[in-house]
Design a protein. Sequence first.
Length: 132
Amino acid sequence: SIINCNTSIMEVKNKYYNKLPDGKWKVYIQLFTKKDSKQRLYLKPGITEFWDGDARMYFNNLTEEDSFVKHFDTKVMWSKIFPSKAEAEKVEKELLEYFGDKVDMGFKTGGYSEVREYNHEKWIAKSNELYN
């Protein structure tokens, strides 16, 4: 029905289109898993001005010919809000350096250069630091 259609459009808008207030930015780490086995393959540090870290995947799928969600199941493993874009970029850069070299996923899409191999030991060590 039309009401359900409008409701779901509003839900999508509320979930993905709400920006953080006062020039704040969020740093997130997105996990990419194999669709069938849920095997952890890659992670992607990034920044967004939106409340929901998954907004990045939503817009990537909406605007790109090839997208992360066409190839993987995705979820935000960690996120934190910072007072400015500059501070968020600094933390993102540190995470990118920490998690190592760029990977070739076999396709390119917006943000592909930020994708890193998932390494469980590195993730556990970093997550202890990030969550404490």
